[in-house]
Write a protein that binds this ligand. Structure first.
Ligand SMILES: *[C@@H]1O[C@H](CO)[C@@H](O)[C@H](O)[C@H]1NC(C)=O
Ligand SMILES: *[C@@H]1O[C@H](CO)[C@@H](O)[C@H](O)[C@H]1NC(C)=O
Ligand SMILES: *[C@@H]1O[C@H](CO)[C@@H](O)[C@H](O)[C@H]1NC(C)=O
Length: 451
C-alpha cells in the first residue's frame, strides 16, 4: 500500500532536484603585465564573437545551428556503487547557448597566446528520456517521458595559440566547461523503493553526465566556429591583400623607458623581499701593512634594492626575437666594516664607513616571442664610481688608512661586480620574463586601421 502511494507521488510530481557544487575555478593566469596596454587585437576578437553569436543562431555551411542545438539520440551508461542505470535521451533541444557573455579576451603578443573567458547565466536541455536500471542491486528504477536539465552559471574558459604571421591567426582553441548548479526533472520516474535521498543523489550525478556528454558534442563545432570567425576577422584586419596586416620585422627602435621603469619597480620589490640582498653581508678581507696586518670583517652593504634606470632603454622588435637593451644602477649605497689592525702584536679595533656614489650596468636581453624565454645577450658594468671611505678609531695607526681604504674599496667593488653580474642580473631577467614587453608600436598602429 505504502509502495503504491510513493509511486503515485513520483508520477504526479515528477522528480526534481538541484545540484550545487562543481565550483567554477577561475582560470587565474596571473598576468603580471599590468603595464600592457589594451591590445587592439582584442577588439577584433570581440567583434568576431558577436558574429559567432549570430552564426550559432543561423548556422553555416560548416556548422550546424548551435542555438537551439538538436540532439537526436544519446545513450548514457551510469555505473556507481549504488546504481546501475541506462539512460537514453532523444529529441532533445539545447537552448540559450548563444547568450554567452564575453567576460574577458586577452591576447599576448609576446607569449603568442589568446585567452578567452565566456560565461552563460543559464542554458537548458529539454527532451524525452527512457531509463532502466537498478539501485543497490535490488530496487528497480525506471521510467520514460519528458525531462529537463537546467544548467546555471556556466563558465567557459580557455585559450588558443596565436601566430603573428600573414595574416595573424589563432589555432588549437580549447574551452573548459564548468557550471555552478543544475535543476533536474525527470517525469514518470518509477521505482526505487523508499530511497528518495539516494534517488536524488543518483539523478543529480546522472544529470551531470548528461550535461558533460552534451557539452562534448557541442564543444567541437562551437570552438571551430569561434576559431574560424576570429581567423577570418584577423585576416581582414588590414584590408584585402594589404601588407599592413603584416607585423613587419622591425629595426625601428621604440623607447622603452616606461617599460624598464615598471620592470625595475617590480625588481625593487623582489630584491627587498629576497633575504640576504638588502642588507647584504660583505666578505672579510686582509692585507699586509708594514710591521703587521689589517683585517676587515662584519661587512655590510645597504641599498641593493634601490635599483633605478640610468639611461634610455630600447625595445627592438625583430621577427621572433625582441631585443631589450637598457641600463640600470645605483646611487649612494652605503657600506661598513669593522677594522682590526695589528702591528707588533697590538692595534685598535676601528670602524669604517663607505659611500658608493654610483654603479651602473648595461644589459641586453633577447626575448623569444614564441616561448617567452628571456636570455642575456650582453651585459657589462660600465661604471663603478667614486667610493668614499671614512675610518673612525684608527689612531695611532692613521698612516695605515690608505692601505685599509684601498682594501675596503677593492673588496666592495669585487663583491658588487660579482653580485650584480649574478644575482641582480638573474633576478632582473626573471622579472622581465614575468612581465612581457608591450606589443610593437607598428602592430598597434596597423591594428587600428579601419576595416
Ligand atoms: C582578463 O584576463 C587577463 C589575462 O588572463 C587578466 O590579467 C585580467 O585580469 C582579466 N580581466 C578581467 C576583467 O577578468
Ligand atoms: C542571421 O540570419 C538573419 C536573418 O536571416 C540575418 O539577418 C543575419 O544577417 C544573419 N547573420 C549572419 C551573421 O549571417
Ligand atoms: C642592443 O644591444 C646589443 C648588444 O650589445 C647590440 O648589438 C644592439 O645593437 C643593441 N640594440 C640597440 C637598439 O641599441
Amino acid at each position: 500500500m505504502r509502495c503504491i502511494f510513493l509511486l503515485c507521488l513520483l508520477v504526479s510530481m515528477g522528480f526534481s532536484a538541484t545540484l550545487k557544487g562543481n565550483h567554477v575555478e577561475r582560470n587565474n593566469v596571473a598576468e603580471k603585465a599590468s603595464h600592457q596596454a589594451r591590445n587592439p587585437v582584442d577588439d577584433v576578437i570581440r567583434d568576431a564573437l558577436e558574429i559567432v553569436r549570430q552564426l550559432m543562431l543561423n548556422g553555416t555551411a560548416a556548422t550546424p545551428i548551435l542555438d537551439p542545438f538538436f540532439v537526436e539520440y544519446l545513450l548514457v551508461n551510469f555505473e556507481s556503487p549504488d546504481a546501475n542505470l541506462i539512460l537514453q535521451i532523444d529529441n532533445t533541444w539545447v537552448t540559450h547557448m548563444a547568450e554567452f557573455i564575453i567576460d574577458n579576451i586577452s591576447t599576448n603578443m609576446v607569449r603568442l597566446t589568446m585567452e578567452l573567458a565566456l560565461s552563460l547565466p543559464n542554458f537548458n536541455i529539454d527532451g524525452h528520456y527512457a531509463m532502466d536500471g537498478i539501485l543497490l542491486n535490488l530496487f528497480p528504477l525506471y521510467g520514460s517521458g519528458s525531462y529537463y536539465i537546467h544548467v546555471f552559471d556556466v563558465s567557459l574558459g580557455g585559450g588558443a595559440g596565436l601566430s603573428m604571421g600573414v595574416p595573424p591567426q589563432i589555432r588549437d582553441l580549447h574551452l573548459d566547461f564548468t557550471f555552478q548548479s543544475l535543476e533536474v526533472k525527470f517525469d514518470n520516474l518509477l521505482g526505487g523503493g523508499s530511497l528518495e535521498a539516494l534517488i536524488e543523489t543518483v539523478i543529480n550525478e546522472l544529470a551531470k553526465e548528461v550535461v558533460d556528454a552534451i557539452w562534448a558534442i557541442i564543444n567541437e563545432p562551437f570552438c571551430q566556429l569561434i576559431e574560424d570567425q576570429i581567423n577570418q576577422a584577423l585576416a581582414n584586419m588590414g584590408g584585402e591583400g594589404s601588407e599592413l596586416a603584416v607585423i613587419p620585422d622591425s629595426k625601428e627602435v621604440g623607447n622603452a623607458n616606461a617599460y624598464l621603469d615598471e620592470v625595475l619597480a617590480e625588481l625593487r620589490q623582489v630584491l627587498y623581499q629576497t633575504p640576504g640582498i638588502d642588507p647584504k653581508t660583505l666578505p672579510d678581507a686582509y692585507t699586509e701593512i708594514s710591521g703587521g696586518h689589517a683585517a676587515i670583517y662584519n661587512g655590510w652593504l645597504i641599498g641593493l634594492s634601490s635599483i633605478h634606470r640610468s639611461a634610455d632603454a630600447t625595445l627592438d622588435y625583430a621577427g621572433r626575437f625582441i631585443m631589450f637593451n637598457g641600463s640600470a644602477g645605483y646611487s649612494n649605497m652605503q657600506a661598513g666594516y669593522r677594522v682590526q689592525v695589528e702591528v707588533w702584536g697590538t692595534g685598535p679595533d676601528a670602524e669604517a664607513f663607505a659611500l658608493i656614489r654610483s654603479v651602473d650596468f648595461f644589459f641586453s636581453f633577447k626575448i623569444d616571442a614564441i616561448t617567452g624565454a628571456v636570455t642575456v645577450n650582453d651585459f657589462n658594468i660600465y661604471n663603478i664610481g667614486q667610493i668614499d671611505v671614512e675610518i673612525n678609531g684608527l689612531a695611532p695607526f692613521d698612516w695605515a688608512f690608505e692601505s685599509i681604504a684601498e682594501l675596503i674599496i677593492k673588496t666592495i667593488k669585487d663583491d658588487l661586480a660579482q653580485t650584480i653580474s649574478s644575482v641582480i642580473l638573474e633576478l632582473l631577467r626573471q622579472v622581465v620574463e614575468g612581465n612581457p614587453p608591450p606589443p610593437p608600436p607598428q602592430a598597434a598602429k596597423i591594428l587600428q586601421i579601419k576595416f
